[in-house]
Design a protein around this ligand. Structure first.
Ligand SMILES: [Zn+2]
Ligand SMILES: [Zn+2]
Length: 443
């Protein structure tokens, strides 16, 4: 069956608009819209029918009627008039079998979509289409009935056309991979849903004081509800690095909430110094995306002055969070102030440097975190150790090691759960007085 015959067979059975007839031949010809494919097929059939009619072949008038009624063809109707044939009055309830005439009514749904995204800032968007199941099933059956092999799906055509029109009207770009917003449109019910993708901002933070946790730490008794133990605050510490940084971003972006991601974490009582620890703030449902990061940095650093300091802010994407988590085992540098039970000698510290530099530490999950971490033995490498005596019983240890090594336990030994350790190597019980992270090395 050639193309024109197939188109006629479809129209003989079902009313079809230009879009829906043309769509069944979408893979034929390039740079042609389905609407034009459909129209050209109907015109071709009109010419053919016209020739039959001139030759007094009854088939001619019969086909022109089909084109006028089921094809909604103005030209076929006018041609019938020229042959002085009685024209049946068009049944106004007759609509396209596949789209129910929705391709002719896109303007109103586009208006609704534009209204729905009015309050959001974005540069890249994507249109998603939701259709009643019956519509998709009907098209599937139709395609099977006529053995359609060059077609496009109705969903795809709606998505393409609406995306193109919205791009023209908004001057924004359609993006399939990382759109800022996805507008989900049902052209049949004219229902519009907006899915706003998170905004990701990367940076580094320094924690200049002890006794601030990295993230909000819920009260262990009430888990955030507020109780006597936490004086109603619901948390163990009044502030955290996360809260100090996130609040201004959430407000600037007019988002719903934030999620704080960092490459590892320091202990509550450890400072985070050097160039800082990499983090990413994920802002959910942001209304504003065009943030002035320089101004935000200044503002956060002013608000959290003396406590937390951020730098190197930039916009990023979800992918970076995965790399951030992977980098948790990247190299870290620490300064540890150690206190020994007995006096220490220079020789002992010399021995410590030699034994720990290049050592592979076997570390069983520390007792103090056992309640929230699985009991495993990890192996962590130490690249370099430098120790300096600062008083008869105190020493300052500089250590560069694989991330994830629990340094306090390396010092104490954690009841033999970390091996080797400072206490055992010197036969002198040692504990950490102060701990600072001085560098998080990520390539
Ligand atoms: Zn249609
Ligand atoms: Zn509480």
């Amino acid at each position: 069956m050639n193309i024109l015959e197939k188109a006629l067979a479809m129209l003989s059975k079902y009313p079809l608009c230009d879009h829906c007839l043309g769509r069944q031949f979408a893979l034929l010809g390039y740079n042609i819209e389905n609407k034009d494919r459909g129209r050209v097929l109907k015109l071709g059939l009109t010419l053919q029918a016209s020739a039959f009619a001139m030759a007094k072949d009854n088939e001619g008038i019969k086909r022109l009627r089909i084109l006028a009624e089921n094809g909604f063809s103005y030209e076929a109707k006018e041609t019938l008039r020229r042959f002085k044939t009685r024209i049946h009055k068009q049944d106004p309830s007759k609509v396209c079998f596949l789209c129910e005439g929705k391709f002719q009514l896109l303007d109103s749904v586009i208006k609704k979509a534009l209204q729905a995204i009015e309050e959001y800032e974005y540069t890249k968007f994507l249109v998603g289409i939701e259709l009643p199941i019956t519509v998709e099933e009907r098209e599937d059956e139709f395609k099977a009935e006529f053995d359609v092999s060059y077609g496009e799906s109705i969903k795809h055509e709606f998505g393409r056309l609406l995306g193109k029109r919205m791009a023209e009207l908004t001057n924004k770009a359609v993006d399939y991979k990382l759109p800022d917003i996805v507008i989900i449109i049902n052209p049949f019910t004219e229902h519009v849903r907006v899915q706003v993708n998170p905004l990701f901002i990367a940076g580094r933070y320094r924690k200049l004081v002890r006794d601030i946790p990295q993230s909000k730490w819920f009260c262990s008794s009430c888990h955030g509800k507020g109780c006597q133990k936490c004086s109603g605050a619901g948390k163990m510490y009044p502030e955290s690095v996360e809260e100090l940084i996130s609040a201004p971003f959430l407000e600037a972006a007019a988002g719903e909430k934030t999620v704080f991601h960092a490459s590892g974490r320091e202990d509550v009582d450890a400072r985070m110094l050097g160039t800082g620890r990499p983090f990413v703030i994920e802002i959910l449902k942001p209304k504003k995306r065009f943030l002035d990061l320089q101004a935000l940095q200044v503002y956060v650093n002013m608000q959290a002055k003396g406590k937390v300091e951020i730098s190197s802010l930039r916009f990023t994407n979800k992918e970076v969070i995965r790399r951030l988590k992977k980098a948790e085992t990247a190299q870290k540098e620490y300064n540890v102030l150690i206190e020994f039970e007995n006096e220490i000698s220079e020789e002992a510290l010399q021995l410590l440097e030699e034994k720990l530099t290049g050592a592979l530490i076997k570390q069983q999950t520390p007792l103090r975190v056992l309640h929230r971490r699985a009991d495993l033995t990890r192996e962590k490498y130490i690249y370099k150790v430098k120790v300096k005596k600062v008083s008869p019983k105190r020493a300052l240890m500089k250590i560069r090691c694989q991330g994830g090594l629990y340094v306090k336990e390396l010092v104490s030994g954690d009841e033999g759960r970390t091996l080797p350790n400072v206490s055992d190597l010197l036969g002198n019980k040692a504990k950490t007085l102060k701990l600072d992270v001085t560098n998080v090395i990520i390539e």
